[in-house]
Design a protein around this ligand. Structure first.
Ligand code: SF4
Ligand code: SF4
Length: 312
């Protein structure tokens, strides 16, 4: 059975990637499961989607914990514990990363025993505020790496899954998908299916006694006040707003009012400061700043946020 996980950010098309790949497997005669898993359903938040495909009925359920292939659409997720990109990755698992850096760098950095494949990051986009849409490219990459999905099956899947979005969008996606499919032809079939896990050898775990806790400890405090500060939404960012002090005129009531997360505060000298632990990179502030004093920097090109936090 093939077990494939797609990791990306909300808005990058990972759910679509799993749909396309699942349908392509189905077109090749496989039994298929595909499903997305969201946390907070917001643009930029880490999400993953997964596909199981086998030549016989699939009885496994739930998220994939031991993948054969992991596709990482956004390299900044690798360092984010909440994204759990490397969960269950072992020497058998192939990891494909959409990155500018070569495979040996990632292999060394992550101390991976299994193969790493790079899908080169496209150069700078015209519109920095646009999130990279790479779902179809990731689906094409997965189809090529498993080696059992022909281009015709993938093309049909892509047409079927994107049909509702119109012919122009389908055609716009076919070209990039084909280029990725061709680019990865040297690695065709490098993903081997993992064994089917049978229920016969399952050993029921011992009964575990949980200590009785006070309700304030044991239950989630969903009605408690001031909890949003505990959620570090700065990890969702793909673009970082950076204030150009030379252009900033100090009209803080504009940017701080428009920031939907209250992530722009005002310092003692009346200048705006961005709280990068909670700024989720929506770029509303950049769009609203009347003096164009806020630049959008791709997160991977920006200096560490720790150094900049509150320093603007
Ligand atoms: S709106 Fe722009 S110019 Fe005004 S304080 Fe904010 S960053 Fe500075
Ligand atoms: S990008 Fe700007 S508006 Fe959006 S959360 Fe960050 S500081 Fe606030």
């Amino acid at each position: 059975m093939y077990r494939i996980r797609f990791h990306g950010r909300g808005g990058q098309g990972m759910k679509t990637a799993s749909r396309i790949l699942g349908t392509a497997f189905f077109n090749e005669g496989f039994e298929v499961q595909d499903a997305p898993r969201y946390g907070a359903e917001r643009r930029g938040a880490p999400i993953f989607a997964y596909v199981r495909a086998a030549r016989r009925a699939i009885y496994e359920r739930g998220v994939i914990r031991h993948p054969d292939l992991v596709i990482v659409a956004d390299e900044t997720l690798v360092a984010m514990p909440a994204a759990a990109v490397l969960q269950g990755v072992d020497a058998h698992c192939v990891v494909l990363i959409h990155s500018r850096e070569p495979a040996p760098v990632w292999q060394h950095r992550l101390n991976l025993a299994g193969p790493v494949v790079i899908l080169p990051l496209a150069e700078e986009r015209e519109d920095r505020l646009a999130l990279r849409q790479i779902g179809t490219a990731c689906a094409a990459a997965a189809a090529r790496l498993v080696g059992v999905v022909a281009w015709t099956a993938l093309e049909q899947a892509l047409r079927d899954e994107l049909a509702a979005l119109g012919d122009a969008l389908v055609e716009a996606n076919l070209g990039p998908a084909r280029r990725v499919y061709d680019f990865l032809s040297p690695q065709q079939g490098c993903v081997a299916p993992g064994p089917v896990v049978a229920a016969e050898g399952y050993v029921r775990p011992d009964w575990v006694e949980l200590a009785f806790e006070d309700a304030r400890v044991s239950a989630p405090a969903i009605h408690a006040a001031l909890t949003s500060e505990q959620v570090q939404t700065g990890q969702w960012r793909t673009l970082r707003p950076v204030i150009d002090c030379a252009r900033c005129k100090g009209c803080w009531w504009v940017c701080s009012t428009f920031c939907p997360d209250g992530a722009i505060q005002v310092d003692e000298s009346g200048r705006p400061r961005i709280d990068y632990a909670h700024c989720k990179g929506c770029m509303v502030c950049a769009a609203q700043c009347p003096h164009h004093a806020i630049e959008a920097i791709p997160e991977q090109d920006a200096p560490p946020a720790e150094d900049e936090r509150g320093a603007k």
